[in-house]
Structure formats: C-alpha cells, structure tokens
Unconditional design. Structure first.
Length: 415
C-alpha cells in the first residue's frame, strides 16, 4: 500500500495482497474467521506474537503488520493503512468516515452525489465532519442491471475494497475466482453485506458467511484503519444512548404498533420491524409490536390500501425517508386524501414519519435510533420536528439523545 514509508511501496503492497488472496483461494482464511461475539484483533496483536527477536529483520518486518477479520473473507494481514478505498454501500462509507478516512474513499456503488448527500444529511449535525464526494467514481455501471466493471476496479487501483466480495459475486459475470483475482492484483476485499437482512449469500460463499450487527462490523473493520480507540469511543456513545432509551421506554403494553413500509404508486412494501439484520437496527431497540406480525414478508411482499387498513398501525415508518428520492410529506398528503388510506390510524393521527436508511453505519445508526425514539415516544424522548426534506432536522441541545460533540471529536481523532 501507499504510505508504508518504504522505497518499494508497490512490491510491499502486492506482496501482502498475494499472501491474503492465496489464503482465501486455499480456504485457509475460513479457519481464522472469528465468531460474531469475538472481539476484532487489536492493533499490535500480531506484533506481540512475532517480534521475538529484534535483531531478526524478518521478525521486525512482521512486527509492523496487523490483522483484521470479517466474514466472509476472514483474516487479512495489513502492512499499512489503506490510502485509497473503494466502497459500494453507505454502511461501509459511514465506517470510513467514522474512522477518519473519508478522504480515502474513491468510489461508491451508485450516484455519489445522491448517496453522499444522504450521509451529509446526518453529518451536517456534527461540527467539522464533512465529506466531498461529488466526484467519486460510480462502481455500478447502471447500464444493464446492477453490476461492477472489473476494468474500473483496476483503474481505481484501490489499496482496499471495503466491499463484500460475496455481494460482487452475486452480480452477472462475476465468480469467486474473479474476486480472488482482484484481491491478488489490486487490493483485498473486506466487507459484509448480507447481514443487512440475514439474506442468503451466493452458494460459493455460504460456508464462510457469518451475520454481523452494525456494531460488530464496526468493531471488526476498526483494526484495518488502526482505529480501535475510535470504535471504543463510539461504542460508549451508543451504550449511553441505549441506556437512555431503556430508562425512558414505557411498558410494552403502552407501546404503539408499528408498520415499517415504503409507499409507492398506491402500494405498501413492508419490512418486518423486528427482523434480524442491520437494516432495522434503529427500530429493534424499542421492542414495539410489529403491525405485520405473523405475516411472511419477503422482498416481493406488497399490500394495497385495504390490507393496510386491516393491519391498522399506530405509526408508519417510511424507510429511505431522509434526504432521499422519497418525499414523506408527499406520501402523507397522498394517504390523507385517499378514502381508505385516510382511515388508517397512523394517517388519521398524523404519525407517518420518515425513517432511516437500511444501509447504516455506526454514525448514521446513532442518529436514526434517536430519530426513531422521538417518532415513537415523543412524550418520553421529545418530539420529532416537522421534516420537509434535506438535512437531519435541528433538535434543541437539551433534547439530544446522544453526544454529538463527542462523535465529532472521535471522527476528528480526538479520542
């Protein structure tokens, strides 16, 4: 990688990549993939085990390496922090920002101006945290479905692909041997996508796959950037947030029934509010009753107005509701003007809210958990302000549920 401080940067980078890719191809990394509850390897853990002879040049070199482990790739050895990072989704982009490496991101899966604006909608409420991603490369070519051009990955020449290789293998024209080639010739993969909904990865990755939460993924990615201290600091902020929520939650019998659903062209597309996966990580802490409980919900499930009236939720949370192409104010208007839609309790009581982006990293998760608390329990946690689009709304400092200044300090490296 660049930034090693050696005169032979390219060969050093390719050398460790060859070691990692060869191990993946041989299946050797699978044995090194720790379980969900195991902590990520800390910085210096490799050094402690290898620097047995300070006079031995090989041992000294090994002492300057460290490991990180994340399913499905397993353990990867690093010799320096990545200076150019390819990213596909917002979870992994948020991780780069959290660990102070927003400047290293060179790409996003889709339109960087749109996705960057979504993240900036949250970051605007953090003093000094900014991203300038308008000119990033777009990995998804957008011409024939969802895909990534292998030649673009070579052109970007990234030190790290903070992307799940199993996701890329699910694209047309990609196999596991193709992702191994990129790891060997360009840079390693390190990402986990299918934990989003505990979805089924491609069969060639099934034996290596584990499902991680947002925060488990954050913990495992931290060593890549030597950012274990930043992870710990952010985890403390989250622990305080969850403690505040737990203290303020009313009894289960007094909590509203909630429908998480996208509304489009007269149809509701539901998500189970308490489903496993990080897509609903901002909803599960509240232990609400899912309006769709007992239904078998898949990506193909949809309901019309009449069906939604039968479910009759107290609250509707609309995913992708913040700084996205969905206008929740317009959704509210449409529902309220419809003969059947207006009878749904959530619509009649004006409790249709913009909800979070499922691809949430640790920073976004903090905001989206606060947002959900205020939408579901305004009397306990303060009311969610009127939101007509744009940035995360301003909330009086005394009504913040987590310490924004501390988060900004962590991103800036003040830990």
């Amino acid at each position: 990688m660049n930034g090693t401080g050696t005169s032979n940067t390219g060969s050093t980078r390719r050398g460790y990549l060859r070691r990692s890719a060869a191990a993946v191809a041989a299946g050797g990394l699978l044995a090194g993939c720790a379980g969900e509850d195991a902590p990520a390897n800390g910085a210096g853990s490799t050094a402690a085990g290898t620097a047995t002879d300070a006079a031995d040049a090989t041992a000294t070199d090994d002492a300057d390496t460290w490991n990180a482990s994340l399913a499905p790739v397993g353990e990867v050895t690093f010799e320096s922090e990545p200076e150019s990072v390819a990213v596909y989704d917002l979870l992994h982009a948020d991780l780069a920002v959290a660990y102070g490496r927003a400047d290293a991101v060179n790409s996003l899966g889709f339109d960087a101006a749109v996705d960057g604006a979504t993240l900036s909608a949250y970051y605007e409420r953090l003093d000094g945290v900014e991203t300038d991603w308008d000119d990033l490369a777009q990995l998804n070519d957008g011409n024939s479905g969802v895909n990534v051009d292998v030649e673009l990955l070579y052109e970007l020449d990234s030190d790290l692909h903070l992307i799940d290789p199993a996701l890329v293998t699910s694209f047309d024209g990609w196999g596991r041997e193709d992702t191994a080639e990129i790891a060997d010739n360009v840079g390693p993969w390190f990402g986990n996508y299918f934990s989003r909904t505990h979805g089924e990865p491609p069969s060639t990755w099934a034996d290596a796959y584990e499902y991680h939460t947002v925060w488990e993924t954050a913990e495992r990615v931290a060593p890549v950037f030597r950012a274990e201290d930043r992870y710990e600091a952010l985890a403390e902020v989250r622990a305080d947030l969850l403690a505040t929520i737990e203290e303020g939650l009313p009894p289960a019998s007094e909590r509203p029934t909630v429908a998480v659903a996208i509304f489009m062209d007269g149809t509701f597309y539901p998500t189970a509010a308490n489903a496993p996966g990080y897509a609903t990580a901002h909803v599960r802490p509240f232990g609400v009753e899912d309006a769709f409980a007992g239904e078998e919900i898949t990506f193909e499930t949809s309901y019309d107005y009449e069906a939604m009236l039968q479910f009759d939720p107290d609250v509707i949370l609309h995913p992708y509701g913040l700084a996205s192409y969905y206008s929740v104010p317009d959704v509210r208007t449409t529902l309220s003007e419809h003969a059947v839609g207006s009878e749904i309790t959530a619509v009649a009581e004006d409790r249709v809210y913009p909800s979070g982006n499922p691809m949430q990293g640790p920073i976004v998760n903090l905001f989206q958990t606060e947002m959900t608390a205020k939408q579901l329990f305004p009397e306990e946690f303060g009311a969610w302000p009127e939101y007509d689009g744009g940035s995360y709304p301003e909330i009086p400092a005394e009504e913040h549920l987590f310490d924004r200044d501390r988060v900004a300090e962590v991103v800036a490296g003040d830990v």
